[in-house]
Ligand binder design. Structure first.
Ligand SMILES: *Cc1c(COP(=O)(O)O)cnc(C)c1O
Length: 417
């Protein structure tokens, strides 16, 4: 126990330092990747070292390369912070080191996922009997949901895609919005559904898929299985596709409607924002993240599929040594086999906030985005270029030089825009 005790003390000391300094430390990293690699590097040591000395070296070498994304002053991309209860649960997840794949390998992990999934479906207004997979992030949630979609639309025409794959299969039409997130294309690529073959529906000026264009695309498509990818929350503008009417159109054509709601699906949890996702519950699958809007530590995405059997058919694994009964194991809802117990953090975040707390969290982001937009718009040489519907504020400066300079402090090589 001595080594473990000293390790825990060292980590607690670092946590107190890090969390206590978050409000003041520069948001940008002090060291770049080469400096961090140099500080951590050198040849692989021949012999081992005391664990606390190892942690000291990690803090000294990697610490200056840490970007203060969990602070309240980081506004790039769509990056979540960490709720205290979720942080504690994340540490317990590592402490217990459960393999969440099977009911038999961890009743604790499976039980927490069952309860967290139920709370999540309730909170997001989704069907109570939907299947939920705890995956790494929304990209894998898109993949998981679209695998269930691929299964279901092929099953309807008598093709077993899990067994026989796509070679020789009747072709499947995938329809996507012009402004879909890039990870939808990656998910399609992983599924052998070549994204270059997708039918692309034009978007309006805010990046919302246009309903009239969707209707025309569905009329004009080739007959056969159909999957349509919609979006709740455009990563640049925050705009939401007209979900309810779009889902109804897809269903009228016999298709499967998937919603990528990585950060935006959480609008459904805030009474003042529910109009943004209206009708989303009629879709067939939904991808979202807990590590963005819900502020759970990273490695937390959620794949929700209304037809749980389709999810299990697409993801399930059976093997004699696994000790399985008739209930679906957690491995039947995710692409992984052995994996981290991701339910503890989601359960803890939801329990620490409660229904009202989640609503206030999400509404608070949107209120602050409006304050940001108003204050920035009032500055000379800065214009807000999107309708601030959700948490995104999109800015244009007077010229490209000014735009580049606006983030030069953090990215000296002028990288992300
Ligand atoms: C972030 C994001 C994703 C990808 O999610 P990860 O959690 O990074 O895998 C997919 N879609 C949208 C709209 C996103 O914002």
């Amino acid at each position: 126990m001595d080594a473990e005790r000293r390790v825990m003390d060292r980590v607690v000391a670092e946590a107190v330092d890090f969390l206590g300094g978050l409000d003041e430390r520069p948001v940008c990293a002090a060291h770049d990747v080469d400096q961090v690699a140099e500080a951590l590097g050198g040849p692989l040591p021949e012999t081992g070292e005391d664990p606390v000395a190892v942690l000291d070296a990690l803090v000294a070498g990697a610490g200056p390369g840490v970007v203060a994304t969990p602070s309240g002053r980081f506004f790039g991309w769509v990056i979540g912070g960490v709720l205290p209860a979720a942080l504690g649960a994340d540490w317990l997840t590592s402490l217990w080191d459960q393999n969440a794949g099977l009911l038999a390998s961890s009743p604790a992990a499976a039980g927490a996922e069952r309860v967290a999934a139920g709370w999540l479906l309730d909170l997001l207004g989704l069907p109570a009997d939907a299947g939920v997979g705890f995956v790494t992030g929304a990209m894998m949630a898109n993949f998981t949901c679209l695998a269930a979609a691929r299964h279901a639309v092929y099953r309807r025409i008598g093709w077993d895609v899990e067994a026989d794959g796509l070679t020789g299969a009747p072709s499947l039409t995938v329809v996507v919005g012009e402004e879909r997130h890039d990870t939808v294309d990656v998910a399609l690529r992983y599924l052998g559904l070549g994204p270059a073959r997708s039918v692309v529906v034009p978007a309006d000026g805010q990046g919302r898929l246009r309903l009239d264009a969707l209707a025309a695309a569905l009329e004009a498509r080739a007959p056969g299985p159909l999957v349509v990818c919609l979006q709740a929350g455009n990563v640049n503008s925050g705009a939401f596709d007209p979900l309810g009417p779009a889902v109804d159109l897809v269903h009228a054509h016999g298709g499967w409607a998937h919603v990528d709601g990585a950060f935006g699906l959480w609008a459904a949890a805030a009474p003042g924002l529910r109009h943004l996702t209206a009708g989303h519950e009629r879709a067939d699958s939904w991808a979202t993240d807990a590590h963005k809007t819900l502020n759970v530590p990273y490695d937390s995405g959620l794949a929700v599929v209304a037809d749980a059997a389709a999810l299990h058919a697409a993801m399930g694994v059976h093997a004699a040594y696994l000790i399985q009964d008739e209930r679906p194991d957690p491995i039947a809802s995710v692409p992984e086999f052995s994996r981290r117990a991701r339910g503890f953090t989601v359960w803890a975040a939801l329990r620490s906030l409660g229904r009202t707390g989640v609503a206030e969290l999400v509404q608070g982001f949107v209120d602050r985005a409006h304050r940001f937009a108003a204050a920035l718009d009032a500055l000379d040489g800065v214009a807000v270029v999107n309708d601030v519907d959700f948490t995104q504020v999109c800015l244009a400066f007077d010229g490209d030089v000014e735009t580049r300079e606006s983030h030069a402090g953090c990215w000296p090589r002028g990288r992300p825009g």
